[in-house]
Design a protein around this ligand. Sequence first.
Ligand code: PLP
Length: 431
Amino acid sequence: MPRQLTSTPQSVFARRESSVRSYCRAFPTVFTSAQGSRMTAEDGTRYIDFLAGCSTLNYGHNHPELKKALIDYIMSDGVTHGLDMHTDAKARFLETFETLILEPRDLDYRVMFTGPTGANAVEAALKLARKVTGRSNVIAFTNGFHGMTLGALAATGNAGKRNGAGVTLSDVDHEAYDGYFGSDVDTAEQLEARLDDPSSGLEAPAAFLVEVVQGEGGLNTASDAWLRKIAALAKQHGALLIIDDIQAGCGRTGSFFSFERAGVVPDIVTLAKSLSGYGLPFALTLIKPEHDDWKPGEHNGTFRGNNHAFVTATRALELFWSNDDFARDVERKGAHLRQRLETIVADTGIARRVKGRGMMAGIEFESGEQASQICKQCFKAGLIIETSGSHDEVVKVLCPLVISDEELDEGLSILAKAAETVDAQADKAAA
Ligand code: PLP
């Protein structure tokens, strides 16, 4: 039996948990169970989850098939931790990833098992690009988010996060992402001009680090043409193209990798979040074989072999990526989501526009205050949903990709009602 609490859960958190805690402030309740697209709190309230571990639960909470695979593995005394030693679970994962993900897409990558967070996969990617090219400067983009460790943070735009570093964040240039100056300005062309000018002051880059859809940065999307130009620029200037697919990958935009549609082939890809399919920590850095210049253990770490994650990741690939059915369903749901969000925008004075792609879409409001009020209203009505963007002005839908049509509509109706309420309040304040 679990130990009985002697105080209320909320009081132990207030007393003992560091002030760095964050999501629990936006969703002030104590969750006790979760299944599919719903989370249940200790008071019995059932919430629809439009946050899904920030895109970590693309296949929902506690998917029964993944749970079964994990329980069977545990009950057979399968290896839980083995550093990066070879295990049968790792072999099965690698072979499944090779046959279901890499080969059908004609992709040839070596798979690097990094520490289990996305940030660690990004650190590995940056280190490797610098090692391969012998250059230190990396070109990242405005509003990009790549993680909280120093290398990844240097490539992250958000001032609030950067301020926590306590040291100078260096060796990264932040260039304008697609659409940063509006749709009339081609920022890839601007970058090309700067790279071509020996007096622009721009250091020759080791890498370009790009998200195809900026998850934390406010659901800005890179057009296929822009991405292709960036890929060509990287090649032309002897830099590696790193796509950070940590949030947009694993089916979130419709295809397994977010860059598939654009037809670019990155030199390095980072994956994490939904890779294990079950919310277990697991990250990878995929490397074109010719760039796999690591010496053994040069990027090391104790937790680079989460065998439980290998087991659930393998089952998730088998279940969802053996054919196109799942990807097609995500596309269908993404189109429906967009249409409903467009209706909310049309009906809501304070809403500016729909942003994002696939099942990674949301609404930009006039201010972060309005967006945060809407999320609060949603939570009161039983929906977990968060903001993103420079000023937290975008309400972002990141529900599990397996969500039923009914639950998706139920959640969107709560969002529509919350937007209506905050809109009415804004009208009243202006009157
Ligand atoms: N890269 C992207 C695009 C992300 O969205 C995130 C997290 O939100 C990270 C990297 C960092 O991943 P982690 O929080 O697992 O370190």
